[in-house]
Design a protein around this ligand. Structure first.
Ligand code: PBG
Ligand code: ZN
Length: 321
């Protein structure tokens, strides 16, 4: 008889033969920065995740660095919105200020910024609208590049375009290079699906579209082959890291991208995936170790980098397991 259970007998043996290990260095922790002062408010749809004003970032950054997290992904929350998202490329904008402040607090933290327009446009779509409400691809590119350039100027190590316009990686790369930011990286939200799991985030970022949905630019959840093509184009255009988003319902796409491409693969364990599990644990429906199991599954599928609101929660598992 083949006795597979021999290696499962004790904690020590199980830990010795464990095939996949998580490290705090695997994680990117998303941070929502909001205008105003003295604000650290819990986001109602995302228990344990907060809005921070710039002056409250110091304690937060110190706490996450202490836990071993090295990278953050910044999102700006603002009241100043217009047709072309001009607060997004204001050098004194909320994200630009946050980048400078985090680098002042600890220059070794990897500061990555989300580049999109939905947080800054009055209509909440991720680009410039035509008269009929269609998001115009080519007009949007110039604005995305302005946002990315302004983040780079503020000192971001890497920009992360999340808009899903065609050709944006190539255009952003070109504009960064022309302005001397040859070493500012691009983490492309390459295979970003039109997902219902972004719901809690849109409350947090005040970025829900005021009409319609994002299906004409984000991907159809049923398409694997197209996801691989999106990754391929982004790499050709100059992406340093590709991303699959969401993570838990798209583990096959993560695995496919990992097997196929020779750049790091990131996976975004999104807000809905977070809140769903967090609320189930808080309400006693699931043991909290379910969090470890879910995050582990993302790494096992092949993600080199995991963007997750659970990053802090993971600290207690990493040494133990
Ligand atoms: C902006 C953006 C979204 C997320 C990251 N960047 C929302 C969206 O596309 O509607 C989702 C993140 C999450 O749900 O945690 N385009
Ligand atoms: Zn957007």
């Amino acid at each position: 008889m083949k006795r597979q259970r021999r290696l499962r007998k004790t904690d020590g043996l199980r830990s010795m033969v464990r095939e996949t290990r998580l490290s705090m260095r695997d994680f990117i922790y998303p941070i929502f920065v909001i205008e105003g002062e003295n604000i650290k408010n819990e986001i109602p749809s995302m228990p344990g995740v907060f809005h921070f004003s710039i002056d409250k970032l110091e304690d937060e950054i110190k706490e996450i660095v202490e836990l071993g997290i090295k990278s953050v992904l910044l999102f700006g929350v603002t009241k100043s919105k217009d047709w072309c998202g001009s607060s997004g490329f204001d050098d004194e904008g909320i994200v630009q200020q946050a980048v400078r402040e985090i680098k002042r607090i600890n220059k070794d933290v990897n500061v990555i910024t989300d580049v999109c327009m939905c947080e800054y446009t009055d209509h909440g779509h991720c680009g410039i609208l035509d008269n009929d409400g269609y998001v115009n691809n080519d007009k949007t590119l110039a604005f995305l590049a302005k946002i990315a350039l302004s983040h780079a100027k503020a000192g971001a190590d890497m920009v992360a375009p999340s808009d899903m316009m065609d050709g944006r990686i190539g255009h952003i790369r070109k504009v960064l290079d022309e302005n001397g930011f040859v070493n500012t990286g691009i983490m492309a939200y390459s295979a970003k699906f039109a997902s219902n799991f972004y719901g809690p985030f849109r409350d947090a970022a005040e970025s829900a579209p005021s009409f319609g949905d994002r299906k004409s630019y984000q991907m159809d959840p049923s398409n694997y082959r197209e996801a691989i093509l999106e990754c391929e184009y982004d790499i050709e255009e100059g992406a340093d890291i590709i991303m699959v988003k969401p993570a838990l319902s798209y583990l096959d796409v993560i695995k496919g991208a990992k097997d196929r491409f020779n750049v790091p693969v990131a996976a975004y364990n999104v807000s809905g995936e977070y809140s769903m599990l967090k609320l189930a644990v808080e309400n006693g429906l699931l043991n909290e170790d379910a969090i470890y199991e879910a995050v582990m599954s993302i790494k096992r599928a092949g993600a080199d980098i995991i963007i997750t609101y659970f990053a802090k929660d993971m600290a207690k598992y990493i040494d133990k397991w």
